[in-house]
Each structure stands twice: as structure tokens, then as C-alpha cells.
Design a protein around this ligand. Structure first.
Ligand code: TYD
Ligand code: MG
Length: 452
């Protein structure tokens, strides 16, 4: 047998490397690689063979088990329409963003609807969780609460009580006595998650694992367990904003990219049923540099405001600051504006921001970004009742995007009456909307701002 040599694991993404490096080649994280003892092979009888596993076919007699809903619509939707029995879910997010609050509220809602729920906190004492529950008005919900970090004991308890749902807050505090490394290490987090997920599948208990996103390389991040679970949700928000977005990034039982929107209040998280209204700031008077993007988040249209500020720079290399969008996308659009439309941004600082702490990743936002940039540069406002969407190709041509009809419907519902969109979009009826079909960016900026 080959002698097992030490291995080096990235605590951010779990990639295994043959030697230590300052930067992980897989995910690009700095200072995240640590040395780990190789996995022990365990006692192995010479010539031992596995047994033949039971095989079956794809046909089934049993109907799919009904999903359990919590009644918190924003939470249920992100799960894909409720909790699937025996599923494993990961909820990741920055420390302090509100994961424990969200899950305590969700667990209480499930419990009130008759699910047997267990909430295990490895971070806080029972009294602390009870105080939070009191503040959130959840003390009447029949949730069993445990404060424990020893996974062996937790599994034994789960086996004895067989709840419908178990919440483990957080996976980084759990430890298994069979693994030598410290709680929070990649080996512990991975082994603990594996035990819990296997238990969930075997015993028909749904488990929700909480995972902190960590900047410090000593603690394994939630990405290490992403591949083990059925559903991966991230709870996001900007500090200083009270809005929180629960986003599905992977879901075996529903649409990925689905979002649920919440607001952090003094009494916990409140659901936001109409996020579009929330992400649009005060739009009574036209403001240069502002464009409303009609986007799609998961299955739902959401309008967001894109704001740009362009100012003469005193620096040799002008600033490019982006919040809520990929900075590479901004560079591309600036290059297209310069090369195809003759609108240079040399010597100008550019600040781009998505209002309300929202994050936009759709290429459909290109036209709104370009609109906000040129509007800011030319100091000409886009009509306040107009939404924009469309992907810009490197040639400057506009490409149609998906779900045009849904985008237009949402815009119309919120009182917008014009839309700039790619030519040849499938607009449907688009009642009451004036449509400006855009062939290419040059035509658009010429018509809109008289620039280029
Ligand atoms: P918490 O759920 O503990 O975050 P996490 O589990 O992700 O680390 O939430 C922490 C923050 O939420 C804390 O800064 C206080 C705030 N908060 C409220 O604003 N209102 C509330 O009702 C509660 C319970 C928390
Ligand atoms: Mg917490």
C-alpha cells in the first residue's frame, strides 16, 4: 500500500493540493490552505469484498411525499415550495447577518404547523436562544431546544426522538470524537456534515445546517459541504441596510436563483412581499445617472435601480468602484461604450451601485448599466417612468433576454409606462407600455441622450 503523505486542503473550497501555496488555485482564496492529516484507511481485512447492493428501477408506486410549508412564504418559495422530507439544506451567510434569527423563526413556524422540530445550538446557551425566542414572540411554538456541540450525542438524540426537522446551528461548532482535528477544521466540518446528511437520508429527518462564511482561513467555510446537501441557500445583505436576501444557489427540489426578501426589524425578520417597491428609491423627479432594471430573480421579476456617478478624476488611474454588480461587467460595458459608441471614460472616476443592497448577476442588466453610465456622464436623466433591460454583445448589438413578458408585466404593475428592450424580444401583449426597441447601443445612446 502506498504510504499516505500529508495533504493540503483549501479551507474555502475544500480543494486538495499536493503542496502548500499562498493562494488556492481552485478558488483563488489567499492564505486558505492548511495541512491536514490524511484520511485514515481504517482496518481492512485482506481480500475483503463489498456486498452486492439492492437495485431497483425508476418506476415508483409511492406518490411524492407532500412538502411541509412553514407559512413564511418567502422562506417556502426559496426551498422550492416547502420543505421536502429527508432533505439536507445548508444555510450559509456572514456572521451576524441573521441566520439564527431566520431559522429560529422558520423552525417555530414549522412547529406551529405540526412538524416535530428540534433546534440544536452549538454556539449559544439554551438561555440565550430562549431569550431571543421571547423577543421574537416564539415561546409558544413547540420546538425542542438543545445546546450541544458533540455530534455523537446529537445523533443519538435525533435517533431517539426522530423529529421531522432538525436545525444544526452551526456546522462549524460541531465535533465528532472520531476525527482528530479541532472543531471548525475542514476535516471536522466535512465529517460532521457527512454524518448528519447520511442520517437525514436514512432516518427520514430533514436537516438544516447553518454555515458561517469565513474570511479567516483557520475555519472551514460552508463551501466545503455544498456538494453533500440537496439545497444550498445563502443569506445575504449589506451592513447598514436592513434588507436581507435568502438566495437559493443550488436546489435539487426547486429553481436555483430563487430569492426570498426579508427586512431585519426590532422584532426579528419581516417578510417583504413586494421587493420591487423596496429596491426602487424615491423616483419622483428625474435624476441623471439612474436607470431602472427590470430583472428576474429565480421565478420572480424584480425591479432594481442602477445608479452611476461619473466625475473627473485626480488620479493617474481613474477609480472604478462597483457595488452589487460584477466589476468585470462594468469594464466590458465601458469598453463597448468607448469602442463602439465613441463615448470615452478616460480620466473619469466611475462609481456604480445597485440600490437597496441588491446584487444583480443577470447579463440582462447591461442596457440599464450602460444607460445609467451615459446618463451620468452626459448629465441627462432617463425618463423616470422607463425600465431598461437587454444584454449587450461586444459588437455593441443588443441581444434579447428571457422572460420579457414577465419583466414588462412587473414594470407595468409598478406604474412604469415605457421600456427600452432589445429588438425582436417576445413582448406578448405588453398592455399600456410604450416599447423602445433597441438594435444596438450606438442607436440607443443617440436617441436617448443625443450622445455618441
Ligand atoms: P443572528 O441571527 O444572531 O446572526 P447569525 O446567526 O447569522 O450570526 O442575528 C444577529 C443580528 O441580528 C444582531 O446584530 C442583531 C440583529 N437582530 C435584530 O436586529 N432584531 C432581532 O429581532 C434579532 C433577533 C436580531
Ligand atoms: Mg448565529
Amino acid at each position: 500500500m502506498a504510504r499516505s503523505s500529508p495533504q493540503f486542503t483549501c479551507t474555502a473550497c475544500g480543494a486538495v493540493h499536493r503542496k502548500w501555496a499562498g493562494r488556492c488555485e481552485s478558488c483563488g482564496a489567499w492564505n486558505s490552505i492548511i495541512e491536514e492529516a490524511p484520511l485514515s484507511e481504517g482496518p481492512k481485512a485482506p481480500g475483503a469484498r463489498g456486498k452486492t447492493i439492492a437495485l431497483t428501477d425508476l418506476a415508483t408506486e409511492t406518490a411524492p411525499p407532500p412538502r411541509a410549508t412553514s407559512g413564511m412564504d418567502e422562506f417556502d418559495r426559496v426551498l422550492g415550495g416547502g420543505l421536502v422530507p429527508a432533505s439536507a439544506i445548508l444555510v450559509g451567510g456572514d456572521p451576524g447577518i441573521g441566520k439564527s434569527t431566520l431559522l429560529l423563526q422558520a423552525t417555530a413556524s414549522f412547529a406551529r404547523r405540526g412538524l416535530r422540530c428540534l433546534y440544536v445550538s452549538g454556539e449559544e446557551a439554551a438561555a440565550q436562544v430562549q431569550m431571543r425566542a421571547q423577543r421574537l414572540g416564539l415561546t409558544d411554538a413547540p420546538v425542542s431546544l438543545g445546546a450541544e456541540a458533540n455530534l455523537r450525542d446529537i445523533l443519538t438524540t435525533l435517533d431517539a426522538t426522530r423529529p421531522d426537522l432538525a436545525v444544526i446551528d452551526s456546522i462549524q461548532t460541531m465535533w465528532l470524537d472520531s476525527v482528530e482535528s479541532a472543531p471548525g477544521s475542514v476535516a471536522q466540518v466535512r465529517a460532521s456534515a457527512h454524518e448528519l446528511v447520511t442520517f437525514a437520508k436514512r432516518r427520514g429527518v430533514s436537516v438544516i445546517l447553518v454555515g458561517h462564511v469565513t474570511k479567516d482561513g483557520q475555519i472551514a467555510g460552508p463551501r466545503v459541504v455544498e456538494h453533500m446537501v440537496d439545497t444550498v441557500l445563502y443569506f445575504e445583505g449589506e451592513r447598514g441596510h436592513q434588507f436581507r436576501i435568502l438566495r437559493a444557489v443550488k436546489n435539487r427540489f426547486g429553481a436555483a436563483d430563487e430569492i426570498g426578501v426579508f427586512e431585519m426589524t426590532g422584532d426579528g425578520l419581516a417578510q417583504v412581499a413586494n421587493p420591487s417597491a423596496l429596491f426602487l428609491s424615491d423616483r419622483d423627479r428625474p435624476a441623471p445617472g439612474s436607470a431602472v432594471f427590470a430583472g428576474i430573480e429565480g421565478t420572480r421579476p424584480v425591479l432594481t435601480e442602477i445608479q452611476a456617478l461619473v466625475a473627473p478624476s485626480s488620479l493617474g488611474t481613474p477609480r472604478r468602484t462597483v457595488v452589487g454588480l460584477e466589476s468585470g461587467r462594468l469594464s466590458t460595458i465601458l469598453a463597448v461604450l468607448e469602442a463602439r459608441c465613441g463615448i470615452p471614460f478616460t480620466g473619469l472616476d466611475v462609481f456604480l451601485n445597485v440600490a437597496g443592497g441588491m446584487r444583480v448577476s443577470e447579463p440582462a442588466a447591461d442596457l440599464a448599466v450602460a444607460g445609467a453610465l451615459v446618463s451620468a456622464r452626459e448629465d441627462v436623466a432617463i425618463p423616470p417612468d422607463m425600465v431598461l433591460f437587454g444584454e449587450i454583445s461586444l459588437s455593441g448589438a443588443l441581444r434579447p433576454v428571457t422572460q420579457t413578458e414577465n419583466r414588462l408585466k412587473e414594470a407595468s404593475k409598478l406604474g412604469f409606462s415605457q421600456a427600452a428592450l432589445p429588438v425582436r424580444s417576445k413582448t406578448g401583449t405588453a398592455e399600456g407600455m410604450r416599447l423602445h426597441e433597441v438594435v444596438d447601443l450606438t442607436g440607443f445612446v443617440g436617441e436617448m441622450f443625443g450622445a455618441g
